[in-house]
Every structure is written in C-alpha cells, then in structure tokens.
Design a protein around this ligand. Structure first.
Ligand SMILES: Cc1ncc(COP(=O)(O)O)c(C=O)c1O
Length: 406
C-alpha cells in the first residue's frame, strides 16, 4: 500500500482500524507522512508536531541520517539473535556509556521491557542481600507489563488485572520523610522518574534526589531511574540525572533511542555489572543489528548537530514565551518542566485544549488530567516555537471565549 493509495482509501483505513485493531486506543486522526517537525494527515493537512510520538522522534520525523542507517543496515544484516555478536550492539552501548554513565548495557525493545529488566536486576541483586522489595512513587508511570504496572504509582492502570505483582510499595514523590518511614531491611531498590512524564511533568526536587541517593548509600539500597521519557537529551542533558547531579545505580531508556525504531535499554553501573549473569535475562530481538544501527545514527546526529545545545536554547525561549502566555490566560496555573519536556498546568481538564490546538494545526499531548504537555523535537527551530505559541494563544483565546459566551 503506497501513500497515495492510503490517502484515496482513508475512510476505509479508519473503518479497518476500528474493525481489526483491539480497541485499547481511540485515535481518530489518520497520519500518512512526516518530515522534521511536521506530519500530514490523509487530506494533506499539515500539523506542527510538538508531541513527537510521545517523545520518540526527538530528531524530528524521518531524519535522513536515521532513515539511511536503517535502509543500509537492512540490506546488510538485520538480526542474528543474541546467540551471536553483532558489531552494532557494543558500538551503541559504548556510545551510551560515553555520555557519562560508567555502566554495562542490556538491550530490549520498549520502555516497559527495559524497566522489566531493570526490576529483575534489582531483584537479583536483592536476592543475594536478603531483600526483594521495591519502593516506587505515587503518580509514576513505568509501563504496561505486569511488573511495570505494579511499579506504576497510579492504581487506575491496574484495575481489572488483579492480582497485582507483589513486592512493590508506593510513597508520595518528593517527600523524603514518607520515604524514610517506609524503607525497611527488605528494601532492595527505590525506583523513580527524575521527571514524572505521564503523571503531569513533575520534576524531582534536586535536594530530594540528593537525599534519596544518600539514603540508598547509607542503607545499601539500589537507586533506579526510569529515563524512558525524560532521557536521550529531552531535558537538555543526555541523561536526565545529569540535571540533578545525582547518579543512579541503574537507569532505563527507550522512546527516543531509535527515533521511532523500537529499541529500549537498561544500563547498570559497572560495580553491579556481574549481577545478571549468563542465562538470567534475555530477549530474542533485543539489540538487533538493525535496531542498534538506528540507535547509533541517533546518537551521531545528536552530537553532530549539537542537539543538546539547541534543546537548551529552545527550551529557554519556549519557556519564556509560555510564561508570557500564562500571564494572559487565568486558566494557566503553572509552566514547569526541564528542557523541552514542558507542562502547562491548567485549572481544568486539558483534553479540550488539546482538541482546539489540533484544529489549528498543532499536535500536543496531555499529561495527568490537567496538564498540556509539549515535547517538540530537539532540533525545533525558533520559527516553529513562535508558530506553536501563536496557535496556543489562538487556542486559549478560543477556549476562553467559548466559556464567556456560555
Ligand atoms: C517513564 C516511562 N516509563 C516507561 C514507559 C513505557 O514505555 P513503552 O510504552 O515503550 O513500553 C513510558 C511510556 O510512556 C514512560 O513514559
């Protein structure tokens, strides 16, 4: 099926989606192509994409270097399994480690799978220290597999999937005394997102993270960071932990690691690299030559195009423009986040605003119930930021005008 066939039969594509796909999602917009910060729908309508496939296409859609790496590698070697060595896996691992985390890497295929492996690492380490419990945070999100659901700090995701996997406890985020109270001699690990994404773009307090690190050191507890959403340069530094000057013992990545090609990973500090030994964890697809070639291309582009620098500059500009907007509209309560992971806290549900933005050609995300989440590509330009601000302005005005009329 080529793009023009899809466009001609777009009604049919949507019917087929409803007929053949399990209704776990409810999308109603058919997108057929993308380039840079833009995507197009079946009527050739263009959108500015500040959702980047939920912080996945951090280099923009179809970045030519990543497309070329995938095309080239798919004609050389796609997959041999982990029964054999492929040259791209260790090359990508080295590139990740060189970003400033002295660690060893396990490759998976998604965020949940990366977290699942990181949880297994913590349990395996815990088993040799007589502890198995993991403390996670209220309001967190770690994925949809059973272990990552159990780690997730929002019970609504677990409804209907009982029994919950045991071994997880939750405490309020950014609350050190609650954490101190719940830690026991059974605590193997503390797991958190340095910036909660799905929960509403809530950054950890630096002082809190430092205290958590100190507690872990004192009590011989592992500190696990889920950087699936906030990692890969999204916050202006390659790893989110680098914003806080607090190093975890292991961290997970996924989303932007392949710029859309599915790949996840967890990285374990070198001191713990002997915990998961041969045969204790595996993945058929994890670390394939094709996925890792895509990942290598992503990191090369990030370095060659100095995307962390651009992210920092654009983040400063976007935040400043958003703060200006916030002074105009009383429904905006706060602008927060780090780098290009930004949330607009509203006094109400954010879904209607998202719909108005889309009508005006801007794709954004919600987070939690009352937050509008902006995650543009890291190579976004100043003109694109201005365009997004204009659309947001128009959308806020429209939403508040509708209210005054009512
Ligand atoms: C912080 C965090 N962890 C884990 C996941 C799960 O990743 P995936 O959907 O690739 O399994 C997500 C997805 O949104 C996430 O934001």
């Amino acid at each position: 099926m080529n793009t023009s066939e899809i466009i001609e039969g777009s009604g049919k594509v949507i019917d087929h989606y409803r007929k053949y796909i399990l209704p776990t999602y409810s999308p109603d917009l058919l997108l057929v192509r993308g380039s840079g910060s833009r995507v197009w729908d079946a009527d050739d309508r263009r959108y500015l994409d500040f959702s980047t496939g939920i912080s996945v296409c951090n280099l923009g859609h179809c970045h030519p270097a990543v497309t070329m790496a995938i095309q080239r590698q798919s004609g050389i070697l796609v997959h041999v399994s982990n029964l054999y060595i492929n040259p791209w896996q260790s090359r990508l691992a080295e590139k990740l480690v060189n970003q400033g985390f002295d660690s060893a890497v396990f490759f998976a295929n998604s965020g949940a799978e990366a977290n699942e492996g990181m949880i297994k690492f913590a349990r395996k380490w815990g088993a040799s220290h007589g502890k198995s419990e993991i403390i996670a945070m209220d309001n967190s999100f770690h994925g949809r597999t059973l272990a990552t659901l159990a780690a997730t700090g929002r019970s609504k995701y677990r409804v209907g999937f009982a029994p919950d996997m045991p071994g997880f406890k939750h405490v309020p985020f950014n609350d050190i005394s609650a954490l101190k109270q719940i830690i026991s001699d059974k605590t193997a690990a503390i797991m958190l997102e340095p910036i909660q994404g799905e929960g509403g773009i809530i950054p950890a307090d630096s002082s809190y993270l430092k205290e958590v690190r100190a507690l872990c050191d004192q009590k011989n507890i592992l500190l696990l960071f889920d950087e699936v959403q906030c990692g890969m340069g999204r916050t202006g530094s390659f790893f989110a932990f680098q914003n806080f000057d607090v190093e975890p013992d292991a961290l997970s990545l996924a989303k932007a690691l392949g710029n859309g090609f599915p790949i996840g990973a967890f990285l374990v500090k070198r001191d713990y690299a002997e915990t998961l030994t041969a045969g204790t964890h595996a993945s058929t697809f994890g670390g394939s030559a094709l996925a890792c070639a895509a990942g290598c291309a992503v990191i090369d582009v990030m370095e060659q195009e100095r995307l962390l620098e651009n992210c920092g500059k654009m983040a400063e500009y976007l935040t400043m423009r958003l703060r200006e907007l916030a002074t105009k509209y009383a429904i905006v309560k706060e602008i927060r986040g780090r780098g290009l992971m930004l949330g607009i806290q509203l006094d109400r549900n954010s879904a209607p605003l998202l719909a108005v933005c889309r009508k005006h050609g801007l794709l954004v995300l919600t987070a939690g119930e009352k937050v509008l989440r902006l995650m543009p590509p890291l190579n976004v330009s100043i003109d694109e930021v201005d365009e997004a601000i204009n659309i947001l302005d128009k959308s806020f005005a429209e939403l508040t005008a509708i209210e005054t009329e009512q």
